[in-house]
Write a protein of this length. Sequence first.
Length: 117
Amino acid sequence: MAIMDDEEYYLSLIPKPLPTRLGATKVSALLQRVIQQRGYAAVQSADALREAWREAVGVDLANQTRVGNVSRGALQVFVPTPVVRTELEFRKAAVLRTLQTRLPDFRIMRLAIRLDR
């Protein structure tokens, strides 16, 4: 056990400042909160979904379809004609693999292809 000299003893008697409730917040945490509150995250994820869809089905087919939301693992896709729907049904497995690889956080398990009326 070390023996304290007079200076160390008197310095130990000085009260230490208590931590304040108003601690500094990280800038990244503030930005994340603003992005969520303003809805920017939803816009970014929708853009990522549209871009992945364009890559999965090709530009021609992507221009004829409209991608909706992901709900319970199903990506909603709206098509103008039964012919386009049949084409998507034919390519469904390959499209799903591409989407699952590009967007693993979306957890897309199936495509729900609907006629757009």
